[in-house]
Design a protein around this ligand. Structure first.
Ligand SMILES: [Zn+2]
Ligand SMILES: [Zn+2]
Length: 411
């Protein structure tokens, strides 16, 4: 479908509306019925993921496909987001999404203002009410938000107990110590993800492409306020795949759809090694209009919000295409283990399932092997240093497996 969009006027219109979806502070409402691009990340593209090989580590898990970054009106403003909750539910069913994380914008430091706290809480309550009739559908809707700081960057915030955090920390307390908000949110089960971290401004006739949506702790010099430092310290993951940015900004304006993904994964690998921390990649449509996309895939023990949260926290996640979730590794004659796990040894065996002819294995970002599907390959890693192993399968990327890393507590 992308080929049909190459006519300049059509493309310009599409780019404007869809990249505008990438968290523009002043997005315009897209036209009704506008075409949306297809993506290779269709869940139907790789329906089979049942472990076939003997002793597979994947047996306890089901692959759940979701969209981790999705705006919705309300609570998002109708001038910014064209899609309401009913359409969101319908689209999620059409796209066969197992889960959608709803991430309406919330303003920077909203927790310091009584009026903004009330508006955010009311928005969440109304969302919960609107979703209640759909609780038994196939799609699990997870309430989250996109913390939107125009000066420092955006973060996906989900799975925590927002009501409890705000009831424990009043506006005055957070006025003095805003970092407590994120610390307490994580304590209460929350997941923090830095969104579109390298979306720096481009010279372009497309207005939104000129906006700086990057995570300033990565792209600018500090000092940074204490809550931004807390977010940088506590974030468990980065948005490696943002549909609008990868498939439109990077693909068309930079002629390199791997531009952001590869930089973000490289940054994650480097940080994981330095800090001995597990960091997860997530993916989302960042849709403000009439489409959603399967873009985050998790190996979940149960079909539930808690199952999804646990899988993410454990690092059993891949982005853009589900096939990369089939990476398994083992050291010596040990048992195979899945994404997110830790192994020890100087030679690690790895294999990827499915039937793709386009598989690559990476160690700390360097390609080391191109196995066939189902083929077991040996990967050399330094025994005395942390290495992150990941797979690319087609256009999708896996989370890491950690070799000789001694991950920090909770990492
Ligand atoms: Zn954003
Ligand atoms: Zn967004």
């Amino acid at each position: 479908m992308l080929a049909s969009l190459r006519a300049p006027t059509r493309f310009a219109a599409l780019l404007a509306l869809t990249v505008a979806g990438a968290c523009s502070p002043s997005s315009t409402r897209p036209d009704e019925g506008a075409a949306t691009p297809s993506t290779p990340a269709s869940p139907a593209a790789a329906a089979k993921n049942a472990p076939e090989a003997a002793g597979s580590a994947l047996a306890p898990y089901e692959v759940l496909a979701g969209d981790f970054h999705c705006h919705v009106n309300p609570p998002d403003s109708p001038s910014d987001v064209a899609r309401g909750i009913d359409e969101t539910v319908e689209l999620a069913a059409q796209e066969k999404l197992d889960f959608v994380v709803l991430t309406p914008h919330v303003p920077a430091r909203f927790f310091q203002s009584s009026a903004q706290r009330k508006a955010v809480l009311d928005g969440q309550k109304n969302l919960q009410k609107a979703l209640a009739p759909h609780a038994n559908g196939k799609t699990i809707f997870i309430r989250g938000m996109e913390y939107t700081d125009h000066a420092y960057g955006h973060a996906g915030v989900a799975f925590g107990d927002l009501e409890a955090v705000l009831s424990e920390l009043d506006a005055r307390t957070l006025g003095g110590k805003p970092e407590l908000f994120f610390e307490r949110y994580v304590d209460k089960g929350g997941l923090l993800v830095v969104n579109h971290p390298f979306s720096t401004p481009l010279e372009s006739t497309v207005a939104i492409a000129r906006a700086n949506l990057s995570w300033r702790p990565f792209t600018a010099k500090g000092p940074f306020p204490s809550e931004i430092q807390a977010l940088a310290r506590l974030a468990q993951g980065y948005e490696a795949y943002n549909f609008a940015i990868t498939e439109l900004r990077d693909r068309f304006l930079l002629a390199d759809s791997e531009h952001s993904i590869s930089r973000i994964l490289a940054r994650m690998d480097q940080e994981s090694v330095e800090k001995k921390r597990r960091l997860i990649p997530v993916g989302g449509s960042d849709s403000h209009s009439h489409y959603l996309r399967a873009s985050t895939f998790v190996l979940s023990k149960t079909r539930s919000q808690e199952g999804i949260r646990e899988a993410l926290a454990a690092g059993r996640v891949c982005v853009r295409s589900r096939d990369a979730c089939s990476l398994e590794v083992r050291a010596g004659e040990g048992a195979w283990s899945a994404l997110g796990s830790s192994v020890r040894g100087s030679v690690v065996e790895a294999r990827v399932g499915g039937d793709s002819q386009d598989i690559e294995l990476f160690v700390n970002g360097t390609a080391v092997a191109q196995p066939a599907a189902g083929e077991t390959v040996k990967v050399q890693v330094p025994a005395d240093k942390c290495s992150v192993i990941r797979a690319r399968v087609g256009e999708g990327y896996s989370g890491g497996v950690y070799a000789n890393c001694d991950l920090a507590e909770g990492g």
